[in-house]
Every structure is written in C-alpha cells, then in structure tokens.
Design a protein around this ligand. Structure first.
Ligand code: ZN
Length: 304
C-alpha cells in the first residue's frame, strides 16, 4: 500500500497520461453494464473497468460522447457486445480496433446457438445475456483477452473465470426452477421490445414484443391492436415494462386491451438492455437476472 502511494505521487509529478489509480492495472472500457460486471468478476484487482452505458441507457441508440472517445483512446482493452447491439458505435469501435485490443464478448458463442428472427432481416439477435448459459461464453472470451493483455496474471484470470462459471451455473438453475413453477400455458412474456427471445427459448416462455428488434422504430397502431387482441383472447394476466424503454408504449397496449373488456396488469419492470443502479440488488448481472425471473413468475402466478 505504501509503495503504491509513493509510486502514485512520483508518477503524478511527471504528468502521466492516465490518472495515478490506473497505474499497474489493466485499463478496460466496456459498453453495457452486463459486460462490465463480468470483466470485474474475471479481472478482479488487476483491472480497472469503466462502463460507458449506465442504468437505463439504451445500447441500440447510444452514441459515443467526446468523453467516451477519450476513455476509449486511453483503454488497454475494449469489450463490447457485438452482433450490432451497439448499432451507433460501430464506426468508433472499428477505428479503435486498429490501435487497441477490441473484443466482441459474444464471439465465443457457437453460431448455431444464435437466433436469427425474421424481423432481424438476416442479422443475429444480440440480446444473448437473457440465456445465462449463452452469457457464460463471454466469461472465457474475457478471461482469454485479459490473459493476452496481461500474461503475468493469466492464472488469476482463469481461476476467477472458473469461479464465476460456478455461480453462472447456479444462476441458470435458479431461473429454470422458478420458470418451472409457472404452468406451461401461462408462460407468456409480453414486453415492449423484442429483447427476450433467448430468455423464451432457454426457459420455455412464449415471447411477444411490441416493437421490433431495435427501439429506433416506434410501434405502430396496428401492432398495438394485434397485441391487445392476443392478450384479451389468451387472458394473459400481466405485461411488463422495461427499464430502458418508455412506459407509454406498453400503457397504450393496456388501454387497447381494456377496450376489449379484459384487464391486463403491468406486472412490473424488467431490466432488458441495462442493469439497475450500482449497489442495488439489480446492479449486477446475477441480480438483474434474478429480479427479472422473480418479477415474471410473481406476476404470472398471481390470481386475477
Ligand atoms: Zn434491446
């Protein structure tokens, strides 16, 4: 500790390019919080992680600010989701690729496990974190990349990755057990945008989203009416809102359902493309996943 302090002061005197607290650690910049969380778990004390996208931020629409570009320039390693998740950061990430280690964390997922829904027009669905087993592939990509950047601590990165894998397996089991409590015909998940296809496939839910893959397009009136008809006919007890999506979209559906003589509740708020505030229970990947499955099963199991 004393050494670190002396070093920091000395380094400060000759104007280093980075703040003193970054000295000796791998400087990592990530896009979405779910990636930051995995990097923190795998990197431990050897990394310093800056996440560009905080709670409530929509990665489909996010553009790098000037400050972000400065952070990206200073980074030793940059992790992003890929599969066009960060649609408006493609150019800047590509540019950084020429000078920094830049990795899409989804690159380790076998291609045959990726979804290609028709509405994505041939592209893969980027929302892989909703299937815990798929998200676990990112752990290895991150460990390997950190080990390449910082070979001295490679053993630590791989050991941390192993430990985190154990927790991911337990998390996956938890989601499966909770989902199994809901009768199969009641496992219908309706949310504002098509983020939950991997969740549905992994845990046996039928998923209906109101908007397309990207939140860039507003849901049309016809979509609202079609979804309202489905909800009223199937007597689905609850629909869900998302932390990174305006509430008004799903409220429009609720009204259209009411016009058909059925009442659908808002079952709660789900974390889709961003985690909760740091320090809260949904402020980690594991906490976010638990929050979502608890909210979904709680609302679908509640009596009308
Ligand atoms: Zn999304």
């Amino acid at each position: 500790m004393a050494f670190a302090l002396v070093f920091a002061v000395a380094a400060g005197a000759c104007a280093p390019p980075n703040p003193p607290e970054e000295a000796g650690r791998v400087n990592v910049v990530t896009t979405i919080g779910m990636i930051r969380d995995v990097v923190e778990n795998v990197g431990g004390e050897h990394v310093r992680v800056v996440g560009l996208m905080g709670p409530g931020v929509d990665p489909h629409l996010y553009k790098a600010s000037e400050g972000d570009v400065r952070r990206l320039f200073r980074a030793d390693v940059i992790f992003y989701g890929g599969l066009h998740l960060e649609a408006r950061m493609g150019e800047v990430l590509e540019e950084m690729g020429g000078r920094t280690r830049v990795r899409a964390v989804t690159r380790g997922i076998p291609v045959d496990q990726l979804l290609t829904p028709p509405e994505f027009q041939g592209a893969h669905d980027p929302h892989v974190w909703f299937d815990v087993r798929l998200w676990a592939y990112t752990v290895d990509v991150i460990a390997q990349t950190l080990a390449e950047e910082d070979p001295a601590h490679a053993a630590d990165y791989y050991a941390n990755a192993q430990r985190y894998h154990t927790r991911m397996a337990a998390l996956d089991q938890y989601v499966r057990a909770r989902a199994a409590q809901v009768p199969r015909d009641k496992r219908v998940l309706i949310t504002a945008h098509d983020a939950f296809n991997y969740f549905g496939r992994a845990y046996g839910f039928q998923v209906r989203g109101l908007q397309g893959i990207s939140t860039a397009s507003e849901a049309g009136t016809a979509d609202v009416q079609a979804l309202a008809e489905f909800i009223a006919t199937r007597r689905i007890p609850a629909v869900f809102v998302e932390s990174s999506i305006p509430r008004r979209t799903i409220e429009a559906v609720q009204e259209a359902v009411r016009a058909r003589g059925f009442d659908v509740r808002i079952g709660g708020s789900l974390y889709s493309d961003a985690m909760g505030n740091p320090g809260t229970s949904a402020g980690t990947y594991e906490g976010m996943v638990r929050h979502n499955i608890d909210t979904i099963t709680g609302a679908l199991l509640r009596e009308p």
